[in-house]
Design a protein around this ligand. Structure first.
Ligand SMILES: *[C@@H]1O[C@H](CO)[C@@H](O)[C@H](O)[C@H]1NC(C)=O
Ligand SMILES: *[C@@H]1O[C@H](CO)[C@@H](O)[C@H](O)[C@H]1NC(C)=O
Ligand SMILES: *[C@@H]1O[C@H](CO)[C@@H](O)[C@H](O)[C@H]1NC(C)=O
Ligand SMILES: *[C@@H]1O[C@H](CO)[C@@H](O)[C@H](O)[C@H]1NC(C)=O
Ligand SMILES: *[C@@H]1O[C@H](CO)[C@@H](O)[C@H](O)[C@H]1NC(C)=O
Ligand SMILES: *[C@@H]1O[C@H](CO)[C@@H](O)[C@H](O)[C@H]1NC(C)=O
Ligand SMILES: *[C@@H]1O[C@H](CO)[C@@H](O)[C@H](O)[C@H]1NC(C)=O
Ligand SMILES: *[C@@H]1O[C@H](CO)[C@@H](O)[C@H](O)[C@H]1NC(C)=O
Ligand SMILES: *[C@@H]1O[C@H](CO)[C@@H](O)[C@H](O)[C@H]1NC(C)=O
Ligand SMILES: *[C@@H]1O[C@H](CO)[C@@H](O)[C@H](O)[C@H]1NC(C)=O
Length: 761
């Protein structure tokens, strides 16, 4: 069975038969083209020369239910072409009826819903002058589940647009048509109750649900209600739709429509029970006191022993009765009987209710079960000390003998209470009398601090423990009172004693002994002398310091005048320089030439009396110079040649010294600034001539020295040899090299001076 719908396709004028089971609704929502351009990027209307004129849009929507064939050509669900929506408008919402008489939303009925469909949209600008411009085209597949019906279907929103400037918004909803069910709306079900079936439809799945009494695939088979043979006793069953009826055989009394007999007819229930007839059986409803199927059993209510306090239970038809023991009452004997209720106690006695009896607590003076007898209080002999008892109502009176008193004459009268004795006596009470006793004050413990008390009538003497004093030994004796601590020691009093805190330097119990600080032997090199609170070190000769810890440096005063001081213990020794003698090297040696190692090295020593010259004089051997003739001219005598005859020896020595001074500074950088002075002494002059022209020369041999000593010949000559040529000119000298030979003739025949050169080496 298919529901048949007739649809008319507007354009083609062709009638189509469509088995529609589902509806798809397509709603045009809005369109927006922000740059007003067409699909190729040009303006849709540009008469003025820019995209200042908006488009005249119309649309083509193609909806395809399957993916076969080129999209936009199959359009098997719908092909919708609108007319122009607006003049020059690129931003609008679609109306409910779109030009070209298109209902919006547009409803498409399909014979089944596959769950998806494709939407393809094209937009054109309508141009009257030339061909329409295509504005945009775009497509997408949308997926939706079919709703149960139109009222539960919801719109889903989508949009299309090949460029970000384009937004074509639409909505789609899908729902099953009436009587179609399932996700693809393919299950058809229409409820019916006629010759073709008797059923209703499951609201979710569309499955057929048979009405009562029907079965089969289309619920058209009548169920046989007689199948279980419900009719009894030969009754005939007649089947109806969803029920049956029984036709019972005649001649019997039936209890019901199932031809059942009356099971209570023989009155089976006993003891007056009610009988209820059932199908094929009966039920007895028992009266109170009976049970059993026929109510034949009598209930024993005493079986659970419900009577209290040993009451005896007596069973009855509809219950039980309790026979109570004496003293109990009530239905269950659970109430105790009040035997005091009759007020049996006399003379205001108190009644105490007991179980099955009572007890009277009598007022004083009465006794007996009901407090009916008066009591004789003298029977218990309450009076003491031979007194006489006299009975009274609820009491008695005692008549005391002399010397006693009190209610029962129990008290001995205190005859001392009136102080009959002297104050220095003690009163001793007796029965019916007293006597006075001499007083011992020690009995009152007058002595304190463990003192011993000695009775000394009429007084006492306290023999104090050590450290205590006073009449009753109550005072702590101040042992510091006698100032026992010597040497200003501080006394602290104690019980039976004292302690002394001694000043520095003193010790002992009474600070009487002086401390010997020398006991620790503090002096390192000396004798220790003990002082009060101190000591003094008397140092051994040669030591000093508080502890004599320092050895005295006897050289500190520089006692050696011309010599080196050597420090010794408590002494010093002078090691004298040459030519000096004496303990303090203050005396020049008298005859140095007599020394084992005389001062003149290469010469003759002669003792003089001139202390300034150390009392000697050297006469040097040839070739030796100096005070001690220790300068060997071979080593120290440098040689230069002078042009001409040497006239002024000392002037030449000065020039030579100045030159050497400069060279010395140049070659002795370290000494450059020390300012040592070069001195020169010419020791030999000899006549020479130049080899080239025999002009006169003087060979000058000289010694040069500074404060540090003589300069060696090789050193000086090396300096001169290496001197730069401009240097000697500053000192009135010049240097060049040539050859010379000794002049052997008479000095007066010396050849004349030729050139003005100065110095030849
Ligand atoms: C539509 O479907 C919903 C959900 O299944 C259901 O509750 C409602 O009763 C249906 N309405 C009608 C009119 O059938
Ligand atoms: C006795 O006690 C039992 C248990 O409580 C109860 O089931 C039963 O009915 C009682 N019998 C009667 C006669 O009361
Ligand atoms: C019940 O009787 C027993 C036995 O004679 C006895 O021991 C008990 O005390 C009695 N109970 C009462 C509440 O009288
Ligand atoms: C009993 O008590 C009442 C009230 O206290 C008193 O008036 C009465 O005299 C008393 N009787 C006896 C016999 O003590
Ligand atoms: C009571 O009297 C007897 C006999 O006269 C006597 O022996 C006894 O000492 C007396 N007792 C007192 C406590 O006086
Ligand atoms: C006791 O005191 C009395 C009265 O003051 C006096 O006469 C007597 O001599 C005193 N006794 C002694 C032993 O001192
Ligand atoms: C008295 O003597 C006792 C026992 O020798 C001793 O314990 C106590 O400290 C002493 N008391 C005084 C105040 O000396
Ligand atoms: C001086 O004291 C030091 C250190 O006690 C000791 O070694 C040395 O022998 C002492 N010198 C003398 C001369 O007693
Ligand atoms: C130190 O000792 C010397 C030598 O024994 C002595 O003459 C001198 O008096 C002493 N000095 C002191 C302060 O005792
Ligand atoms: C110079 O004196 C030294 C030391 O006295 C000596 O050895 C040496 O022979 C002497 N020279 C001459 C040439 O006498």
């Amino acid at each position: 069975m298919k529901f048949v719908l007739l649809l008319t396709a507007l354009l083609s004028h062709v009638f189509l038969l469509v088995w529609a089971t589902a509806s798809v609704q397509f709603k045009f929502v809005s369109f927006y083209n922000s740059d007003h351009n067409d699909y190729d990027g040009g303006c849709c209307d540009d008469f003025i020369g820019g995209c200042d004129n908006f488009c005249d849009n119309y649309f083509f929507v193609c909806i395809d239910g399957d993916d076969t064939g080129p999209l936009g050509t199959s359009c098997d669900m719908a092909a919708i072409t609108t007319e122009k929506l607006h003049e020059d408008n690129d931003n609008f919402n679609f109306p409910s009826t779109i030009p070209n008489a298109i209902a919006n939303p547009y409803t498409i009925r399909v014979d089944s819903w596959s769950g998806s469909m494709q939407v393809f949209v094209r937009v054109w600008d309508l141009d009257t002058q030339n061909a329409d411009d295509e504005i945009d085209r775009d497509r997408r597949t949308i997926y939706e589940a079919a709703a149960r019906n139109l009222s539960s279907a919801t719109w889903q929103q989508y949009s299309l647009g090949s460029r970000s400037q384009i937004d074509f918004s639409f909505e789609v909803r899908v729902y099953c048509d009436s009587y179609y069910f399932g996700s693809d709306c393919s299950v058809y079900c229409i409820p019916r109750d006629d010759q073709y079936g008797h059923y209703r439809c499951d609201t979710n799945t569309g499955a057929k649900i048979c009405y009562s009494g029907w079965e089969g695939t289309t619920c058209n088979i009548d169920v046989d209600d007689c199948a279980s043979t419900p009719c009894k006793n030969g009754g005939t069953c007649h089947d109806h739709v969803a029920y049956f009826t029984c036709a019972c055989p005649p001649g019997f009394v039936y209890a019901d429509e199932f031809c059942e007999y009356d099971d209570c007819a023989g009155q089976p229930c006993q003891n007056g029970a009610t009988c209820n007839d059932l199908i094929g059986q009966f039920k007895c409803v028992c009266p109170l006191g009976y049970f059993g199927d026929l109510c034949e059993v009598d209930i024993d209510y005493c079986i659970n022993q419900t009577c209290a306090n040993n009451g005896t239970c007596v069973d009855r038809v509809d219950g039980f009765h309790c026979l109570c023991e004496t003293g109990y009452e009530g239905f269950l004997c659970d109430v105790e009987t009040d035997e005091c209720s009759s007020s049996p106690c006399l003379h205001n006695g108190t009644c105490h209710d007991l179980i099955g009896k009572y007890q009277c607590a009598c007022q004083e003076g009465y006794e007996g079960t009901h407090c009916d007898l008066e009591t004789d209080e003298c029977l218990s002999s309450p009076c003491r000390n031979n007194a006489t008892c006299e009975d009274e109502l609820a009491g008695y009176h005692c008549h005391c003998v002399d010397g006693y008193e009190g209610d029962t004459c129990e008290m001995d009268i205190d005859e001392c209470a009136s102080f009959p004795c002297y104050v220095n006596e003690t009163c001793v009470n007796e029965i019916n009398g007293f006597w006075c006793l001499r007083l011992n004050l020690c009995d009152y413990d007058p002595c304190m601090n463990n003192a011993t008390c000695v009775d000394d009538y009429p007084g006492f003497i306290c023999e104090c423990a050590a450290g205590y004093g006073g009449k009753t030994c109550d005072q702590d004796i101040d042992e510091c009172g006698s100032s026992p601590c010597l040497h200003q020691g501080t006394c602290t009093d104690h019980l039976d004693g004292y302690t002394c805190l001694c000043p520095p330097g003193y010790g002992g119990e009474k600070c009487h002994s002086e401390t010997n600080e020398c006991n620790s032997s503090p002096c390192l090199n000396g004798t220790c002398w003990d002082l009060i609170n101190g000591y003094v070190c008397n140092c051994t000769a040669g030591y000093a310091g508080v502890l004599c810890q320092n050895e005295i440096d006897e050289c500190a005063s520089s006692p050696c005048e011309h010599g080196t001081c050597v420090d010794e213990l408590n002494a010093y020794r002078c090691e004298c320089d040459v030519f000096y003698e004496g303990t303090q090297c203050d005396t020049v040696i008298d005859k140095p030439c007599a020394l084992k190692d005389p001062p003149c090295q290469n010469g003759t020593c002669e003792n003089t009396n001139s202390a300034n010259d150390y009392n000697y004089k050297c006469t040097c051997d040839d070739g030796f110079y100096g005070t001690n003739c220790d300068i060997d001219s071979k080593l120290y005598g440098a040689v230069v040649f002078m042009i001409g005859k040497l006239e002024d020896k000392s002037a030449y020595e000065t020039k030579l010294a100045n030159l050497l001074q400069k060279l010395y500074a140049l070659h002795s950088r370290v000494r450059r600034d020390t300012g040592e002075t070069v001195s020169v002494e010419i020791i030999l002059t000899e006549d020479y001539v130049k080899s080239t022209d025999s002009s006169p020369l003087t060979k000058v041999t000289f010694l040069a020295w500074t404060e540090s000593g003589y300069l060696q010949k090789d050193t000086i000559e090396a300096w001169i040899d290496g001197a730069s040529t401009d240097l000697p000119a500053q000192y009135g000298l010049d240097i060049y090299k040539g050859s010379a030979e000794p002049f052997t003739g008479n000095p007066s025949e010396l050849p004349p001076l030729v050139a003005c050169s100065n110095l030849v080496k």
